[in-house]
Design a protein around this ligand. Structure first.
Ligand code: NAD
Length: 257
C-alpha cells in the first residue's frame, strides 16, 4: 500500500506514539506534518531526519493545542490535510476533590477540545480532495476508568464519542473516523510515572512496571509505538474503507477483562 501524495498531520508528534505514527505513515509514502508546542531546533531536525529517511516531505509546525485558535491554525498552515491524527496528550493524577482546576482545564483543552478544533478545520479540506481519514488516539481509558484520572478518563471517553459523531456526519463520504485505544505503551508519558510508582510501592522500577503499571494489561507487555503506527497505517488502507465510527484496542487484552 502506498500513501504517496497524501499529507498527514499528527498532533503531538515530537515523541512517543505520535512520532511512531508519523514515522510509519512517512515510511508508507505520506508527507507528514509533525507538531508540538515546543518549537525547538530538535523538532525541526526531527522533521528533516524523517524527510531524509522516508524520502517524503516532512515539516514541523508549532502549535500549542491548549488554544483552540492555535489548533485551527495548525490545520490551516499545513495546507493539504488528508489524514488527521489527533494524538497530543498530557496526564495528571489526583483524587477528584484535590484535582487542580488548571490541570483539568489543560487536559480537557489539549486532549478533547483540540480534537474538535482540528477536525472542524480539516474536514472541509478532506471533502475538497475527496478522501480523508480522522484517527483519534484515545486509550483503554476511553473505554474503562481508573481512580485519580478524572480529567484524562473524561477526555478519552469524550474522544470516543466525538469519533462516532464524525463518522456519522461523514458516513456517505469517502472519509472515515476511528479511535485507537492503546493500553500501556512505553513512551516518555509512561516512563515518567515509573520512578514515583516504584517509590510509592517500595519496589524496583522493573517490579513497578510489571506489577503495577502492567497490572491491568494481561499480556504483561507494553504495546509499541511501531505497532500503533501500523494500526494507523492500516486504517488508511483500502481494507479499512468500511471501518468507521469504531474503536480499535491495542491493549494486550486489558478491555477483555
Ligand atoms: P508523549 O509524552 O511521548 O507525547 C505527548 C505529545 O503531546 C508530545 O509530542 C507533546 O509535545 C505533545 N503535547 C503535549 N501538550 C501539548 C500541547 N499543549 N500542544 C501541542 N502538543 C502537546 O506521550 P505518549 O504516550 O506518546 O502519548 C500520546 C497520546 O497517546 C496521548 O494522547 C496519550 O494520552 C495517548 N495514550 C498513551 C498511552 C501510553 O501508554 N503511553 C496509552 C494510551 C493512550
Amino acid at each position: 500500500m502506498t500513501l504517496a501524495g497524501k499529507t498527514a498531520v499528527i498532533t503531538g508528534s515530537n515523541s512517543g506514539i505520535g512520532l511512531g505514527i508519523a514515522r510509519e505513515l512517512a515510511n508508507s509514502g505520506a508527507n507528514v506534518v509533525i507538531n508540538s508546542y515546543t518549537n525547538s531546533d530538535e523538532d525541526h531536525a526531527l522533521a528533516a531526519e524523517i524527510a531524509k529517511t522516508a524520502g517524503v516531505d516532512a515539516r514541523y509546525i508549532q502549535a500549542d493545542l491548549s488554544n483552540g485558535d492555535a489548533a485551527r491554525n495548525l490545520i490551516e498552515e499545513a495546507g493539504q490535510v488528508d489524514i488527521l491524527i489527533n494524538n497530543a496528550g498530557i496526564q495528571h493524577v489526583a483524587p477528584i476533590d484535590e484535582f487542580p482546576v488548571e490541570k483539568w482545564d489543560a487536559i480537557i483543552a489539549i486532549m478533547l477540545s483540540s480534537v474538535f478544533h482540528t477536525t472542524a478545520a480539516a474536514l472541509p479540506k478532506m471533502r475538497d480532495s475527496g478522501w480523508g481519514r480522522v484517527i483519534n488516539i484515545s486509550s483503554a481509558h476511553g473505554l474503562t476508568a481508573s481512580p485519580y484520572k478524572s480529567a484524562y478518563v473524561t477526555a478519552k471517553h469524550g474522544v470516543v464519542g466525538m469519533t462516532k459523531v464524525v463518522a456519522l456526519e461523514t458516513a456517505r463520504e469517502p472519509i472515515t473516523a476511528n479511535a485507537i485505544c492503546p493500553g500501556y505503551v512505553l513512551t516518555p508519558l509512561v516512563e515518567s510515572q515509573i520512578p514515583d510508582t516504584a517509590k510509592k510501592y517500595g519496589m524496583t522500577e522493573e517490579e513497578a512496571k510489571q506489577k503495577v503499571i502492567l497490572e491491568r494489561q494481561p499480556s504483561k507487555e507494553f504495546a509499541t509505538t511501531e505497532q500503533l503506527g501500523g494500526v494507523a497505517t492500516f486504517l488508511c488502507s483500502p481494507a479499512a474503507e468500511q471501518i468507521t465510527g469504531t474503536t480499535i484496542s491495542v491493549d494486550g487484552g486489558w478491555t477483555a477483562l
